[in-house]
Design a protein around this ligand. Structure first.
Ligand SMILES: [Zn+2]
Ligand SMILES: [Zn+2]
Length: 406
């Protein structure tokens, strides 16, 4: 079966190679045949369905009251995902330190005061940053982080918040797994604990719910992907949280070939690294993966009934996201090959507006660029951090500061 999959990939790659020589639009022609309003999509093709059934050890019978959903949160250039299975909860990363209040508010909104598992994929600000905020409003059952810690303030704060709850940070053992409601969480990485690059110490885990599965890769890059591949784990997953915000050095062909996801989520925001890169996007395009992006589509909620997944972005459900923003700016609208209805054009215009880091004053109602000098004089408790477009910030009721004029 693996050979069959490899064969079809080789075939696919060689077909793409031939088509690429004929013209650049060829890859996207498949999209034209897809109904543009298909937000709810079938999990797997017949062939892949068979693969999954063969690969899973014993298919878990799901209770009719059982439920599973992942909320990939829009935390700008950072990662945060809330996973709910039956009555169990798990938070994987919490965005930047400035997202602490956003994460806390999101948990409160969903009446979550206890997180069964809190996972810090690795000790970088854009992943561990908002976790102290989560631990301020919720108790945790268990906390996980890779062995390689970091002296950064946000990681220390995460550690002390966990200790204050009487918890010791656990280091997951690759190859081990834990129960999470009716689903199972398998830890697949990190294999090497002492990588010089903290990104390659990322906890990589796969949650399997019925016949569907979700792979979370933190900021793992090629080096860690290779380590995991060498272990011969079953990496196949329905939904992939793309590594390192769509960096060129993540989501290598060989890694992707083992995952064969139907959907990919890129957690990304305004950044100077060029994320998501055309290299990563084109690999996903070649593997025929439907891509969703938090920078263009806001919070993305994926639900599973154990057989199929449903993807619901909070905005711009139908835009083509396998293409780079640069390509998107060339022409308007950016949807490849399909006419765009009027109301979608409006949404697209909004989505193409640049995102910025703003800090608003909850007391005065003024909106500032994060770098505005008046932010320094602001009381921390009055600061409202946000990464969004100008119209979104103004829509929240704030008025622009006259000095920095955002
Ligand atoms: Zn990151
Ligand atoms: Zn990182």
């Amino acid at each position: 079966m693996l050979r069959k999959r490899l064969c079809s990939i080789v075939l696919l790659l060689s077909m793409l190679f031939v088509f690429a020589a004929c013209g650049t639009d060829t890859i996207n022609t498949a999209d034209l045949t897809e109904p543009q309003d298909s937000v709810v999509t079938d999990l797997v093709s017949a062939e892949k369905d068979t693969d999954i059934q063969e690969e899973s050890e014993t298919p878990v019978e799901l209770d009719e009251n059982s439920s599973f959903e992942v909320h990939y949160l829009d935390v700008g250039q950072a990662d945060a995902a809330l996973v709910l299975c039956d009555d169990k909860t798990m938070l994987i990363d919490g965005g930047n330190p400035g997202d602490s209040s956003l994460i806390a508010a999101y948990l409160k909104k969903h009446s979550i005061s206890h997180l069964d598992y809190v996972i810090c994929s690795h000790a970088h600000d854009d992943h561990v940053g908002g976790l102290p905020g989560a631990l301020s409003v919720a108790t945790a059952g268990a906390v996980y982080a890779p062995k390689t810690g970091n002296d950064i303030k946000s990681y220390q704060s995460f550690k002390s918040k966990a200790q204050a709850q009487g918890l010791t940070i656990q280091n997951p053992v690759p190859g081990s797994s834990i129960k999470f409601g009716s689903s199972t969480v398998a830890f697949l990485g990190p294999i090497t604990e002492n990588s010089s690059d903290l990104n390659n110490t990322s906890i990589v885990l796969k949650i399997t719910y019925g016949e569907t599965s979700f792979l979370f890769t933190g900021d793992a890059e090629r080096e860690e992907e290779q380590d995991i591949l060498a272990k011969n784990y079953d990496l196949s997953a329905t939904v992939l949280k793309v590594g390192h915000h769509g960096s060129e050095n993540s989501t290598s062909y060989v890694f992707l070939r083992e995952i064969m996801p139907k959907y990919a989520i890129i957690s990304v925001g305004d950044n100077n690294y060029g994320h998501p890169t055309e290299e990563a996007l084109s690999r996903l395009r070649d593997a025929d993966v439907k891509v969703y992006r938090t920078d263009l589509q806001g919070d993305i909620i994926v639900k599973s009934n154990g057989k199929k997944v449903t993807v619901a972005p909070s905005k711009n459900a139908n835009i083509e996201t396998n293409t780079t923003v640069k390509q998107k700016e060339e022409t308007s609208p950016a949807v490849v090959g399909a006419p765009v209805p009027q109301e979608q054009k409006q949404e697209l215009a909004q989505s193409q507006e640049a995102t910025h880091s703003y800090i608003a004053n909850s007391n005065t109602g003024k909106l500032h660029y994060a770098g505005c000098y008046s932010v320094d004089r602001m009381k921390e408790s009055n600061k409202v951090y946000m990464t969004c477009t100008r119209s979104e910030a103004l829509a929240r009721g704030y008025s622009p500061c006259k000095n920095c004029n955002p």
